[in-house]
Design a protein around this ligand. Structure first.
Ligand code: ZN
Length: 70
């Protein structure tokens, strides 16, 4: 199966794990203001289920074409 557009993204096993990361990222963003070179996932605002790899990813965009409404 061909995985499109998510090869370089952080993948989570389920929604709970992804949301947990979002909470971590939210607090980390504040600390990140003091540090250079923070990882991109610190900007993550929401989680979405990926149809390509059947995992979950996080994104900083309110809505993307990757997200498929349940
Ligand atoms: Zn994926």
């Amino acid at each position: 199966m061909r995985v499109r557009g998510c090869g370089g993204k952080v993948r989570f096993r389920d929604h709970e794990e992804a949301v947990e990361h979002l909470h971590h990222a939210a607090s980390a963003r504040q600390a990140a203001s003091l540090v250079e070179g923070v990882v991109t996932t610190l900007h993550a605002l929401r989680a979405y289920a990926c149809q390509a790899c059947h995992g979950w990813h996080v994104t900083s965009q309110p809505r993307t074409t990757e997200a498929v409404p349940a």
